[in-house]
Design a protein around this ligand. Structure first.
Ligand SMILES: *[C@@H]1O[C@H](CO)[C@@H](O)[C@H](O)[C@H]1NC(C)=O
Ligand SMILES: *[C@@H]1O[C@H](CO)[C@@H](O)[C@H](O)[C@H]1NC(C)=O
Ligand SMILES: CC(=O)N[C@H]1CO[C@H](CO)[C@@H](O)[C@@H]1O
Length: 346
């Protein structure tokens, strides 16, 4: 009951403001007000709901895992001392088995606001759940395994986490997540996700970094201004992805998947790094070489164009994976899914 009241009030406030604020015009300072009010509404809305985001269960297992994922040369990101992103537009994601929240980094331009912005104003949920659906579908298989064949805490490694569609989809199912993201603006949204999903920072570990095959280096990436969901290792890849946008260089610390996860029980590795996939996987060879029942289910983006710009190819990647024992690979949209014989992929 309480949430219905708050929701109605929130919608009324949003509608009143949006009629006053012409999106095509210049008085969109109010968009900020709208953002802040929306945030407040969402916080209240969420806190009145009886959500069971496995965090409670997970907290019981924390004692077992503190040394499982170690920082190596890259320190975990400190959300508590990072500046707060604003305005915040966060909401539940639509159409997934285990619901969770994400906070969007790209609100769009005043002339062309993010589509999801409209949806939230109308009381609808966020779209673009394809990644989340895929992650939850893969992880459902783990949950069905007998508990004696599962580790106390099983980890998902999300390389190129963006705002956390995959990260919080996995966290909502009780998996530990190591999320790596080089763009600071996205990092702040991942921090929002931690709070909104009540995820325990020991279970969702955030790293503001890039991964590659270099254990200890700095890497310069190119982020596409106005498209914070995308950043690429080479300026060419950044421009190849979004030709009309300006590109800005950012330098972040860089390490390897292997150094980051060490001996943790990793059940899924997701890599979406705009053409840099090969180098990331080369930095994960110890993890990927684990024998079948312990090797992670692998999902990586296979965009031929981005790979080519970066002087790489899907054949080169598949060759590497075959050498490491990944016998089965299947193309799904822009992604390639690979597993060894023991993982029930379907
Ligand atoms: C990365 O850059 C930082 C800051 O410029 C510097 O202190 C550090 O030594 C660099 N690390 C490496 C491995 O080059
Ligand atoms: C691209 O790869 C080819 C063959 O692997 C190599 O000969 C060439 O030097 C590479 N080019 C660049 C710019 O790295
Ligand atoms: C596999 C491959 O050739 N990767 C390249 C991607 O782009 C970076 C930077 O431009 C190169 O250093 C890599 O060798």
């Amino acid at each position: 009951m309480a949430c219905m009241g708050i929701r109605t009030l929130l919608l009324w406030v949003i509608q009143t403001i949006s009629t006053k604020c012409s999106i095509a015009g210049r008085q969109c300072g109010q968009l900020y007000t709208l953002g802040i009010i929306t945030t407040f509404g969402i916080v209240v809305f969420v806190s009145t709901r009886d959500r069971q985001l496995a965090a409670g269960q997970a907290a019981l297992q924390l004692l077992h895992l503190s040394s499982n994922v170690h920082a190596g040369v890259v320190a975990p990101f400190d959300c508590w001392h990072a500046s707060q992103a604003k305005p915040v537009l966060a909401h539940e994601v639509e159409g997934v088995g285990r619901p969770f929240m994400v906070s969007l980094a790209d609100l769009g331009a005043p002339q062309r606001p993010n589509r999801n912005f409209d949806r939230v104003a109308k009381g609808k949920k966020l779209q673009k759940a394809a990644v989340a659906t895929m992650v939850q579908r893969v992880l459902e298989h783990r949950l069905r395994l007998p508990s004696e064949s599962r580790a106390a805490v099983e980890w998902v490694v999300d390389v190129g986490a963006n705002v956390g569609m995959a990260t919080f989809a996995a966290a909502a199912m009780g998996f530990g997540v190591v999320a790596v993201e080089p763009v600071l603006e996205n990092m702040q949204r991942l921090c929002d996700g931690l709070y909104f999903n009540r995820a325990h920072p020991q279970m969702v570990k955030l790293f503001h970094a890039a991964l590659s095959d270099m254990p200890h280096a700095n890497l310069t990436l190119h982020k596409v201004l106005g498209r914070l969901d995308n950043s690429a290792v080479s300026a060419e890849s950044a421009v190849a992805a979004f030709p009309s946008n300006k590109v800005e260089a950012v330098t972040v610390p860089c390490t390897t998947v292997d150094l980051l996860v060490h001996e943790a029980a990793v059940v899924m590795l997701k890599v979406d790094v705009q053409g840099h996939e090969y180098r990331v996987l080369r930095g994960a060879t110890q993890l990927l070489a684990r024998p079948a029942p312990h090797a992670p289910y692998l999902v990586y983006e296979e965009d031929q164009r981005l790979l080519r710009v970066n002087n790489s190819s899907s054949r080169e990647i598949l060759h590497l994976l075959q050498g490491l024992g990944y016998k089965y690979c299947r193309k799904e949209g822009m992604d390639r899914h690979c597993w060894k014989d023991k993982f029930p992929a379907r």
